[in-house]
Design a protein around this ligand. Sequence first.
Ligand code: SF4
Length: 679
Amino acid sequence: MSLTRTTCPYCGVGCGVLTNADGTIKGDPDHPANFGRLCSKGAALGETIDLEGRLLHPTVNGARSDWDTALDLVAGTFSAAIAEHGPDSVAFYASGQLLTEDYYVANKLMKGFIGSANIDTNSRLCMASSVAGHKRAFGTDTVPGTYEDLEQADLVVLVGSNLAWCHPVLYQRIAAAKEARPGLRVVNIDPRRTATSDLADLHLSIAPDGDVALFNGLLAHLAQTGKIDATYTSAHVNGVAEAIASAQTSDLRDTGLTEQELATFFRLWGGTDKVVTVYSQGVNQSKVGTDKVNAILNCHLATGRIGKPGMGPFSATGQPNAMGGREVGGLANMLANHLEIADADHRVAVQNFWQSPTICSRPGLKAVDLFQACADGKIKALWVMSTNPAVSLPDADGVADAIKRVPFVVTSDIMARTDTCDLSQVLLPALGWGEKDGTVTNSERRISRQRAFLPAPGQARADWDIISDVARRMGHGQAFNYNSPRDIFAEYVALDAATSHFPRDLDLSIFADADYAALVPTQWPRNGHRFFADGQFYHADGKAQMVAVTAPKLSKPRFALNTGRNRDQWHTMTRTGKSPRLGAHLAEPYVAIHPDDATDLNVDPGAVIEVESIYGKALLRAMVTDRGAPGHLFAPMHWTRQRTKAGAINSLTAPVVDPVSGQPALKSGPVTARVYRAA
Ligand code: SF4
């Protein structure tokens, strides 16, 4: 049986996969993200494509329905809510699991035809702080680097990133480069000593949210030791003096690191030209996430370590299409092609291109605020697409209650029973991985195809097709007359061309004549192009902006809960949970606790601990380990209420967000802990 060339649906590395309907799974040796490698999750994809638990037909109020009835109800109810309460009374909540074409159509409907920007995405939880930091520093949301830079660097600094578990193939590439070139050094900055730390020459067990103080300290050190590149900054960077002055006020004790550790790191970073600083959720998922991002970018801008091979900041995206969603305006404050809702010229250009009757006039509600608006009774109709906010957002029990307050909830999903499906009046069966066609963009801006190799199960349909059908039933016929994802991709590329007079970083012209069916993985704006190599950025004067950031005052609760992922599970386990071999890695919910704390609480390994915050509580098996510092607890976020009676982790996390990006702080909330049951 011939093999289909497609892309893994899990993390933002975006590995190429060769597969077919008999369950064969191989890494694609020709895909530039992975060159044939796969991690444990990717290798088990063949074990996750059965139909058990799948949603195979529309349902209305729990009863089997048909497409016409369900979609008429959705279109009619959304239209009635808009007519009675205005466009901002409805909302879409989307997902980094959607393909770019799905995202484009959903945004077009909400922003150009309904006239609201109340569409946000679970990617808000994954990379919104990076987006905001890029925009402040560069003038646009531009990831300047590539995976090759990580291999070409002499120093790779991994900040708040357990790459070994969360972006495993990228980790494998760094490990292979280090093996081949022992001069490549790795620093891992993480409160926990993770599997990633095992590769590191230096592990810095930083205090939670100590990153701004650390990178401010680094910037002050660079200034003090004459390492600022004055020639580069005078030509290409604004705000240098202010950022350095602010950095010099940081108290390095807030990092929780010793003077010797700090000196070693500063000397390494300052003394190495080819530095790449990679960061992900430990940086982004913080109430100061955007400031953390800018503290990192400041150091690269101040030294001109950007826009050159083997150097630069690099944000690793969590989801398979977090980047594609960004490109087509998947966030509540953006329009397609990195255009801004806040810019009237951008709005007019997009509206003209879409020939739409309206266009949103102001940014919409970001994820946490969107569900608060549900709780406040302001949202009358909500459509959740391919995600499970009732368990994956912070204060998950509060979010579930908020969803119950919305008079009309639709969920399109591949699964029949999720925590959010159970709260929905209408369920719409969507195509899953292997059944749907479209494109995704990985962390290094490489657009790859997901291709179908399985038939559509039951009555399931593609997300873009479902959304377009609803749009037509709402009276927007001609604008949503797509026959295939190819049509949508072509429109997206044409929108980019039609708005190319705005200075920003997308240039999709290489895709204008591309054969969509045969599309090979391709980076935008064009393979081999290096952003910022010419020192030109996207602020009006062509310069980058260093941002003066101040380290936050940190409180030190008795216990701070850090949440994250296991190596072999993906999000709420709807697919990876089907694979026994993936489940064998870490089979049940746990909380990692330091031996000193275990002694203090009288906890033996295997005991059950009750962890509680002001939002909720969970019962978790104790994993006693010195990989985290005393006072730090770590628990994975995968187990939903349906999978464990013991409580979902996000029942404990607080709906506290970064004020700039709106990204929730999921890494260091105050909790209490006590023995619930002895081992
Ligand atoms: Fe899939 Fe990420 Fe693993 Fe690659 S590294 S196989 S994209 S989960």
